[in-house]
Design a binder for this molecule. Structure first.
Ligand SMILES: Cc1cc2nc3c(=O)[nH]c(=O)nc-3n(C[C@H](O)[C@H](O)[C@H](O)COP(=O)(O)OP(=O)(O)OC[C@H]3O[C@@H](n4cnc5c(N)ncnc54)[C@H](O)[C@@H]3O)c2cc1C
Length: 486
């Protein structure tokens, strides 16, 4: 959008949106850029207020603006099979282009998708179905066809590898790669009289540079940092036990954690490898795997079942519900040991561990590897303390889905000219990422247009500057309206 790609409601190409009420509200606005339609919180409320009573299955959890853009990009996403028919029309309008730079620490675009997953297995199926990853202008099915030379099958969960490849290819495919600076870390962002100063470090060379800009869009997510294992596990991390003539995966692996990452690690193991799994089990705060339907997510449902079985006394396990369709050739009863609410009490360098079970029993096992999957979090530590205070993160720099939620519910502009998008808003799925971006882009484009009109009215000069393109307010004092690299 900051490249001048303008979204509008499109009831023509594939017909009106299937939600007749939404179509009624938007049909008066077909010529208005959608971000101008969403100009204020009020207009978003007006467009989405019927969602809760609608028989279209709209999310009640996501922010209304994110639900709105999701349904315009993917109408009937939960019920329709095949490529979804977007009701958004995108037009390139150079007059709406705003100079911008996208910084990201990952080696390629795609955020956490392109970074090393803890499971180290790129061929595990994603949680979402393929259509949910599509961004405007170059769809996931188009990319799949390009790399696999065949149509994307209906109703598939693609591999993490394919999703990472899609997001890495996306900027070039839609012509926006000129703004992208991968392998860069943003640090120490402070507010200055014009906007913001950002110190940036290139990850490979360590070479620093500085950016000044008018607006700041925070898109650093909530999954950047993995929670490290406590010191007791140090012997397993320092030097994995080496046993002569034994393959490293011949001994059991210890997996700690109850979420999708732990499940992915378990699924990535060779089916014959023994798995020792320690996890929290609290009926009041169930594992996210509980929500996985056995038909849609058989492998995650299988792991949840094993975790649940391990909470029962050994005598009751046989009588429990019949097994689900087996995940590959894994013999769960022989190769999986679950320890709900257990604690590791000693770890020695040769891989011997002692586990204190929930029944106060001490059990010894020998392991060759640890995967500690107790969660991830984001950080706003790259903002100065003053700026963090402005955006409402006072106590610590760490952020999770809840941290910014209250704030963004009232406005995605969390401080003057500072916007929050993506999973930082608390809506972590890709399908709910576009709404916050449309809102932020609209506010930025409008500010830019207002400044340009003011400059033109005052007889100012407009032109290109160095590598960034901004507006020279006054040629001599070098005050830029856009952002530029110094
Ligand atoms: C294991 C796992 C599986 C998932 N599966 C799915 C799925 O199937 N479907 C789905 O829709 N969602 C899934 N998600 C949710 C995920 O939130 C979204 O897919 C998406 O990645 C969110 O995008 P984002 O841009 O908000 O954040 P991210 O993708 O996390 O990107 C943020 C990027 O900012 C970088 N960064 C942080 N600080 C700085 C800094 N100071 N300077 C420069 N760069 C910085 C981070 O390193 C990261 O690369 C999954 C998440 C995880 C952890």
């Amino acid at each position: 959008m900051l490249h001048g790609n303008v979204p509008r409601y499109d009831p023509i190409t594939h017909g009106p949106h299937p939600d007749a009420v939404l179509h009624g509200k938007l049909s008066k606005e077909v010529n208005t850029p959608l971000y101008d339609v969403l100009d204020s919180q009020k207009s978003c409320e007006y467009l989405t207020e019927h969602f809760h009573a609608s028989n279209h299955s709209y999310s009640t959890q996501a922010l209304p603006v994110n639900t709105l853009l999701d349904t315009l990009l993917r109408p009937n996403a939960n019920t329709e099979i095949g490529e979804l028919k977007s009701r958004l029309r995108w037009e390139r309008n150079p007059a709406k282009r705003v100079d911008h730079i996208v910084l990201g620490s990952a080696a390629e675009s795609g955020g956490q998708w392109t970074e090393e997953p803890i499971s180290a297995n790129w061929d595990i199926g994603t949680l979402s179905y393929a259509e949910m990853f599509t961004l405007p202008g170059y769809s996931f099915p188009e990319h799949y066809k390009r790399i696999h030379k065949k149509q994307l099958p209906d109703l598939i969960r693609p591999t993490r590898r394919d999703v990472a490849s899609y997001y890495a290819a996306y900027p070039k495919a839609v012509g926006i790669s000129s703004a992208l600076y991968c392998n860069t870390n943003a640090q120490k962002i402070t507010r200055n009289s014009q906007g913001f100063t950002i110190r940036v470090q290139r990850r490979k060379s360590g070479e620093p540079f500085v950016i000044v800009c008018r607006h700041l869009v925070l898109a650093t997510g909530i999954f950047t940092f993995t929670i490290p294992p406590p010191p007791i596990f140090l012997p397993l991390l320092q030097k994995p036990p080496q046993i002569p003539n034994l393959r490293s995966d011949a001994l059991p692996i210890l997996v700690v954690g109850s979420g999708f990452t732990a499940a992915d690690v378990i699924l990535s193991q060779n089916p014959g490898r023994k798995i020792i799994h320690i996890y929290k089990w609290m009926p009041s705060r169930p594992s996210p795997l509980k929500g996985c339907h056995p038909q849609a997510y058989p492998e995650y449902a299988q792991i949840y079942r094993q975790m649940k079985l391990a909470t029962l006394p050994a005598s009751a396990r046989g009588a429990a519900t019949p097994p689900l369709q087996q995940e590959c050739s894994r013999d769960w009863s022989a190769n999986y040991e679950g320890f709900p609410n257990a604690q590791v009490i000693t770890v020695s360098a040769d891989g011997q561990i002692k586990i204190l079970t929930a029944d106060d029993e001490v059990i010894e096992r020998s392991v060759s590897e640890l995967k500690y999957c107790a969660g991830r979090k984001g950080s706003l530590g790259y903002l100065s303390a003053e700026l963090r205070k402005e955006v409402g993160v006072v106590d610590a720099a760490w952020v999770s889905a809840d941290t910014m939620r209250r704030r963004v519910e009232s406005d995605l502009e969390v401080a003057s000219n500072v916007f929050v998008v993506g999973s930082l808003t608390g809506d972590s799925l890709v399908r709910y990422g576009l709404g916050s971006c449309v809102y932020a882009a609209g506010r930025i484009v409008r500010d830019f247009e207002r400044d340009r009109s003011a400059i033109e009215a005052a007889g100012g000069v407009q032109g290109g500057i160095d590598r960034g393109v901004g507006i020279v307010v006054n040629k001599n004092d070098k005050t830029w309206g856009g952002c530029t690299i110094c």
